[in-house]
Design a protein around this ligand. Structure first.
Ligand code: COA
Length: 265
């Protein structure tokens, strides 16, 4: 099982369901996520979307095997399709976060409308330590929410972000006791059913309108750099080290001991 989609009582509930890999997202899962969001957008009976993970982990980021074997280097990649579908989603999207949200697990929250997390949830964007750079407009949206200096600290060092800090950084709406996050998100989603759908859709469109073009531009430009870095010896070393449960040796990477398939911008 990779993702589960349930459409019930006007709400599309999307569950990342790969707990044995901490809900790391594969290309196949990105495709399923994109399809689920497209279906929610098309279905007039759907009032809101809720995205969640498992009781102990939200998402460990992009699947690192996929990063090494099937890097998302084009605008047609399933991950790009998913993130565009999320950024452009007309219906309200609510995220319910328990446990860790790493890499794209945190990035995707920047595009959701409401984010509720457990008071012991942890967020991180460890792109630099993986030899990579921010993705899908996080270099723009994190500073916009948290201010430049806080965003710089979190994105340059890739430091973990506690739930309380995430609240201060304004990347989540509310902290909820761990066992109650999903139910609270579903409760908030159900509130949308009572609201007039056209006014709701237009209000979301207007809320996002001021930044829409800039978000898409940032997504395109980050993708160029991200794809180049994904082919670099540094990122091969960092990603291999994670899978081999060892510390990365960047001197080894620089000496050319690690294979590289570097692409040009
Ligand atoms: N891609 C592929 N496999 C992953 C993964 C990922 N992003 N994240 C975790 N896994 C795998 C681990 O390799 C491990 O596999 P194994 O049992 O075969 O060794 C399994 O999932 C369990 O992960 P583990 O790290 O042992 O769990 P944990 O509870 O100690 O830690 C996390 C959980 C989420 C904190 C940790 O797995 C983590 O930090 N992952 C993030 C990886 C990352 O940097 N992602 C960002 C990509 S941009």
């Amino acid at each position: 099982m990779t993702i589960r989609v349930q459409v019930q009582d006007g709400i599309t509930r999307i569950e990342l369901a790969r707990p044995e890999r901490k809900n790391a997202i594969t290309a196949e899962m990105y495709g399923q996520l994109a399809d689920a969001l497209a279906a929610a957008a098309r279905d007039d009976a759907v009032h809101a979307v809720v995205v969640h993970g498992s009781p102990t982990v939200f998402c460990a980021g992009n699947d690192i095997h996929d990063f090494l074997e099937r890097p998302p280097v084009s605008g047609q990649s399933p991950s790009v399709r998913f993130m565009r579908a999320l950024a452009d989603q007309e219906k309200p999207v609510i995220a319910a976060v328990n446990g860790a949200a790493v890499g794209i697990g945190t990035t995707m929250l920047m595009h959701c409308d409401l984010v509720y997390c457990a008071d012991d949830a942890m967020f991180s964007m460890p792109f630099v330590s993986l030899g990579l750079c921010p993705e899908f407009a996080s270099s723009m949206l994190v500073p916009l929410s948290a201010g430049y200096h806080k965003a710089a600290e979190k994105l340059l060092f890739g430091e973990p972000i506690s739930a309380e800090e995430a609240l201060e950084m304004r990347i989540v709406n509310r902290l909820v006791p761990p066992g109650e996050v999903l139910e609270y998100a579903m409760h908030q989603a159900r509130r949308f059913r009572a609201l007039p759908p056209v006014a709701l859709r237009e209000t979301k469109r207007l809320l996002k309108a001021g930044q829409r073009a800039a978000v898409h531009l940032a997504m395109e430009s980050e993708l160029v750099t991200f794809s180049r870095l994904l082919g670099s010896p540094e990122s091969h070393e960092a990603l291999s080290a994670f899978l081999e449960r060892r510390k990365p040796d960047f001197a080894r990477a620089q000496s050319g001991a690690v294979n590289s398939t570097s692409t040009k911008e």
